[in-house]
Design a protein around this ligand. Structure first.
Ligand code: DGL
Length: 258
């Protein structure tokens, strides 16, 4: 069987990237690691996040993956440079879409909802923010407890909406006209967020640009799967079984203590 594309996240968040990619690159095989034993990453130290990311990459390399997608903003912003130094396969990460937000904003106020460690990371603050600043106010907010609620399948939607309301209140008052979703988990609550933002505030996520980048990279490196058959998807998890509302029925789900 042709080599797979490896993807990892702290849990189900990166499935938003997997699903979007698999819809476009249908003949590729995918291996997804949900490191949910260690979820959430967003409150851990940079060293801990790097160690977990290295462990995940080692597992994907052992499984003979030809490329790795870091489907987690927190892991990308805290460890992508280390991962690229340490591993030979191409590594593609996802990071908050500050550039598209800066290009879009008219009110010169943008919001960013992300995890604690994404917002405090060097990559976010030095590369993304400093290089992009154009007298634009960036209103940052940590999405406390959202990842955990999403992992648990959002049993209490009222509580979820309460959190979102609380987190977006200041941004809305500060006249943001776009909100950057800086955590792949948040794609699963996009409708709730949209509802609270209303029709005049655009949501910016980076799933599509990452998916396009992956497809271009496969072709540039000439490592696409040339099979005409539909590819397979295997999900490995190491904690509680991921909530089935996020899983497609054709996924093979395997517990593995990686
Ligand atoms: N999906 C991860 C991200 O994009 C979640 C981080 C976490 O586990 O806290 O940042």
């Amino acid at each position: 069987m042709s080599r797979s594309i490896g993807i990892f996240d702290s849990g189900v968040g990166g499935l938003s990237i997997l699903k979007s990619l698999a819809r476009k690159a249908v003949n590729e095989n995918y291996i997804y690691l949900a490191d949910n034993k260690n979820c959430p990453y967003g409150n851990k130290s940079e060293i801990e996040i790097s160690k977990l990311s290295i462990k995940n990459c080692e597992k994907l390399i052992k499984l003979n993956c030809k490329m790795i997608i870091v489907a987690c903003n927190t892991a990308t912003t805290n460890s992508i440079n280390i991962l690229r130094k340490q591993f030979d396969v191409p590594i593609i990460g996802i990071e908050p879409g500050i550039k598209p937000a800066i290009n879009y904003t008219k009110t010169k106020n943008i919001g960013v909802l992300a995890t604690n460690k994404t917002l405090s990371s060097k990559l976010f603050n030095e590369n993304l923010l400093t290089n992009n600043m154009n007298k634009i106010n960036v209103h940052e907010q940590i999405g406390h407890d959202l990842v955990e609620l999403i992992e648990n399948g959002i049993e209490n939607e009222e509580k979820l909406n309460e959190y979102i309301n609380k987190y977006l209140k200041n941004m809305i008052e500060n006249k943001i006209d776009c909100l950057v979703l800086g955590c792949t988990h948040y794609n699963f609550i996009e409708n709730n967020i949209k509802h609270i933002l209303g029709p005049n505030i655009k949501i910016i996520d980076t799933v599509s640009p990452v998916v396009n980048h992956v497809i271009n990279k496969l072709s540039e490196l000439n490592i696409q799967n040339t099979s005409r058959k539909f590819g397979s998807t295997i999900i490995y998890y190491n904690g509680n079984k991921p909530n089935k509302k996020y899983l497609n029925t054709n996924y093979k789900i395997i517990f593995d203590d990686f």
